[in-house]
Design a protein around this ligand. Structure first.
Ligand code: AHR
Length: 641
């Protein structure tokens, strides 16, 4: 079995990043643009790209509006204007509702914001700001921190930081974050605020890091790689609005984000290139960096928007600079830039993908070979991954020796069962025994239908079902049987915010409340297979019948002490199984995901309907072991040898 076989695919889709894995609790923190139809639909017209006040509300006697005359930076030109009337009294300020709420639990929160005073209205006095966590239902204050009194400048923004040590556990996630002042100090004045931020404790304590419970769920799968940043979100809907690596790095104040990102909501790019790399570092996994390949989806064009061959040198240079930022020593221009961003140690990049799903485009041949040759010349040791392979009737991409092909499958269950053996003779058929495969995105999109193919005008399954996990597991077994060919695989999409999403089904669904994080049947299948990952695939001789309804693959650990047998029963009746090993079996354990109902699923109300459990199995006799594999089950048997 290939050592990188099971991994993760991530892009910001369905608020998986902003409002999801990126731990920032403040929604629309820098007024960067339209973020979907949420919180207050009536105040949020469907005008993509426009800065909005979505997520913010006044507290006390103040008026909130957006201002563009006092930009925080070129990247963040829109700020929050807070006018306090002359006769205001008591507490005045504003609140933020979070990403459909915010979880408040005992921990230290880090708050920060930039503030500027309006020149003619400023009275020159000092101001005391307070940050607090509150219930949106009752107004109860869970925790508050009063900042040291400051003189706010009228010429330059100052950044204020505070830690909120909270000891309360709010009963639900309907909470807010407030920045307040005392009207006795600020009545009659106007202030501008921007980049108002609140972070809980993060995964491995990374500043600007990942939401702990979601990151832990991913880490717990023992993934081996992370492919990022897309997906379609890399390509963007146009060359102008695509993901541009150099705009996702450095101080947050200098990151413009994308008001029109691919998936119909604004991306802050707070989770930017360096944060992705640090994610791989913190999970000790291999980065699979997808670089822009000169193609954007362009919603109006049949074939997208492509760079012509005459301009591909620009696209290549962009990718080379990006790789220098990731891997260059600090003596290089971009390596030094990375160091100035807090990470002097270069990252190691072994896999680079050239684009995403370029089979949609007739121009991939000139783009692919240009980038392949240019990248290979500069980084001969990096494995380059093509997103197309002899797929389009109009052209052939013949992947050079040592390269890989990323193939994507959103299918009905039968597809995965029928393609269990697809990779058995794939290398021979393609006349290249040293081209590998990345099953970069796959999942059961819809249940089997009479036409046998996914209907893209119909919605997908809301949640993965038992049958999804079975079908995806069978496909994964096809990969395990062919370790020289299938080197990596990852379910997609990985994360879905249940409050706003544009793709189903997903491996993990969540809300602001960590107690509601829903690990699906598909998640558990991936979890189980990745945990029992042998170092080497073992040959299995089958003496009775062919594959189906039982499918299997076997491997052995590096020490030759544990043999794993993965078996899936994709049928409605139990099947007797007899196994004979070449060596004596000293002990048997099995973990099983099973449900007699093929449509069983984990839901918000019942989260543990389809989960792995230790199975009660018979013990072996010398080299022999027998068991009845339950209907609709995914089983991993561990033989101690
Ligand atoms: O996973 C969702 C989308 O599906 C990805 O962005 C794209 O690569 C594929 O078409």
């Amino acid at each position: 079995m290939h050592r990188y076989l099971y991994g993760l695919m991530f892009e910001d889709i369905s608020h998986s990043g902003d409002g999801g894995l990126y731990a920032e609790l403040i929604t629309n923190r820098a007024f960067q643009g339209y973020s979907g139809n949420f919180i207050l639909p009536s105040e949020n017209p469907l005008v993509p790209g426009g800065p909005v006040l979505t997520g913010w509300a006044p507290l006390g006697d103040v008026r909130l509006s957006l201002d563009i005359l006092h930009p925080l930076s070129d990247a963040l030109p829109t700020v929050l204007q807070v006018d306090i009337p002359v006769n205001a009294t008591g507490e005045v300020g504003f609140i933020n509702y979070g990403w459909w709420g915010m979880d408040i639990s005992p921990q230290k929160y880090k708050a920060s914001f930039y503030v500027l005073a309006n020149y003619p209205r400023y009275k020159g006095n000092s101001t005391t700001f307070t940050v607090s966590l509150r219930s949106n239902l009752t107004g109860e204050v869970w925790a508050r921190t009063e900042l040291p009194t400051v003189k706010v400048d009228t010429l330059d923004y100052i950044q204020l930081n505070a830690t909120i040590s909270n000891e309360s556990r709010a009963p639900n996630s309907n909470n807010t974050f407030a920045v307040t002042m005392d009207a006795s100090e600020v009545a009659g004045q106007t202030f501008y605020f921007d980049l108002i931020s609140l972070f809980p404790e993060t995964f491995k304590d990374r500043p600007n890091g990942l939401r702990k419970d979601l990151a832990n769920a991913l880490y717990d799968m023992k993934p081996k790689f992370l492919r990022f940043p897309g997906g379609n979100n890399l390509e963007g809907v146009s060359p102008q609005t695509r993901w541009k690596w150099w705009k996702t790095i450095g101080p947050l104040k200098n990151r413009p984000g994308r008001s029109i990102a691919n998936w119909n909501y604004a991306n802050t790019d707070g989770l930017g290139l360096l944060e992705y790399l640090e994610w791989t570092e913190d999970m000790e996994i291999e980065p699979v960096l997808a670089v822009y390949s000169g193609f954007s989806l362009d919603i109006w064009g049949e074939d997208g928007a492509s760079y012509p061959e005459s301009r591909m040198h620009e696209v290549l240079q962009e990718a080379l600079d990006e790789l220098e930022y990731c891997t260059g020593p600090t003596t290089t221009k971009y390596g030094a830039l990375r160091a100035s961003h807090g990470h002097p140690t270069p990252f190691k990049i072994q896999f680079v993908e050239i684009g995403n799903e370029d089979w949609f485009s007739s121009t991939y041949p000139h783009r692919f070979y240009y980038l392949y040759n240019g990248l290979k010349a500069a980084y001969p040791e990096i494995t380059l991954i093509s997103t197309a392979y002899n797929e389009n009737a109009d052209y052939n991409i013949s992947i050079p020796t040592g390269g890989m092909w990323d193939t994507h499958h959103y299918e009905e269950p039968h597809y995965f069962l029928e393609n269990f053996d697809f990779y058995d003779n794939w290398q021979q058929a393609t006349n290249n025994t040293d081209v590998g495969v990345l099953l970069g995105e796959y999942s059961v999109k819809q249940l089997d239908s009479p036409d046998g193919a996914v209907n893209w005008s119909a919605p997908g399954l809301p949640l993965p079902q038992m049958v999804s996990a079975i079908a995806e597991g069978v496909y994964a077994l096809g990969g395990e049987r062919n370790p020289n060919t299938v080197r990596m695989s990852s379910y997609a999409p990985s994360l879905q915010n249940l409050n706003w999403y544009n793709w189903v089904p997903d491996m993990i669904a969540f809300t602001a409340d960590p107690a509601q994080t829903l690990l699906s049947a598909s998640y558990w299948q991936q979890w189980l297979f990745a945990r029992f990952r042998g170092a080497q695939t073992l040959p299995v001789t089958n003496t009775k019948g062919d594959f189906g309804p039982l499918f299997w693959a076997s491997s052995v650990n590096r020490e030759d002490t544990e043999v794993y047998l993965k078996v899936i029963n994709a049928g409605a009746t139990a099947v007797p199984l007899s196994v004979v090993l070449d060596v004596e079996i000293r002990g048997v354990n099995a973990t099983v995901i099973v449900n007699v109902d093929e449509n069983a699923e984990n839901t918000e109300d019942e989260m543990k309907v389809v989960v792995p459990k230790v199975a009660n199995v018979t013990q072996a006799r010398e080299r022999r072991w027998s068991w009845n594999v339950p209907a609709w089950s995914i089983v991993v048997v561990q033989f101690d040898v």
